[in-house]
Design a protein around this ligand. Structure first.
Ligand code: ADP
Length: 188
């Protein structure tokens, strides 16, 4: 039991250090993408399967709606996976046991949209416009139940915008949230 607690704490520290390094690179203007041809369906499916154990541990149901055909895009797959981990990780953190997280990948006109819908706490309208700011947290107290530095969404926004996409959220307090992002189907 102690070893598993130590493991969880070191994982949290590692995520924190990675977020801080990305943040420092963004501030210094040295954050770079490494775009390659990749299959978005595959990246999303693989990301979801590695998050299922975490969702199960929190007694959440994960539903995936991902097209079976390959979606070839030019993108930095590692960075898109990082955004997916951040958004689904948040959905897991902020949804009480028994809830559902639905991840859907939908083709639109000239872009693809990935949405992550949770049945969790939701976000009040006055906090919504500030969510993607650096260090913003709805509950910034030291006693908050969840880990994190409030950098994940700011970093995710930079990654998606660097790909020519958009990122946003729709939410109702007490009902849940849907975070979404788009990626253009043709490289600019
Ligand atoms: P962190 O998760 O490290 O606090 P983020 O930048 O990823 O930082 O998120 C910022 C804040 O946005 C969170 O602290 C939380 O208050 C709010 N938030 C993010 N995702 C959700 C969600 N799915 N449901 C409710 N609140 C959320």
């Amino acid at each position: 039991a102690f070893v598993s607690q130590i493991q969880q704490s070191t994982d949290r520290l590692q995520f924190l250090v990675e977020d801080l390094l990305d943040f420092a690179r963004l501030e210094a203007g040295t954050f770079r993408l490494s775009p390659q041809d990749a299959d978005l369906s595959h990246v999303v499916k693989q990301g979801i399967s590695s998050l299922i154990p975490q969702a199960n541990e929190s007694q959440l149901t994960m539903v995936a709606e991902v097209p079976s055909n390959p979606i070839r895009l030019r993108m930095d797959a590692k960075r898109i996976e990082q955004v997916l981990f951040n958004l689904v990780g948040n959905a897991i953190k902020f949804t009480p046991a028994g809830g559902t997280i639905r991840v859907s990948l939908t083709p639109m006109d000239a872009e693809y949209m990935l949405s992550i819908q949770d049945s969790g706490l939701g976000i009040s309208p006055e906090n919504l416009p500030r969510l993607f700011e650096k260090f913003f947290q709805v509950d910034p107290s030291d006693t908050r139940e969840h880990s994190g530095a409030g950098l994940g969404l700011a970093i995710s926004k930079s990654i998606i915008e660097a790909h020519g996409g958009r990122i946003g959220v729709d939410s109702r307090l007490g009902e849940g949230s849907t975070f979404w992002f788009t990626l253009p189907s043709l490289t600019p």
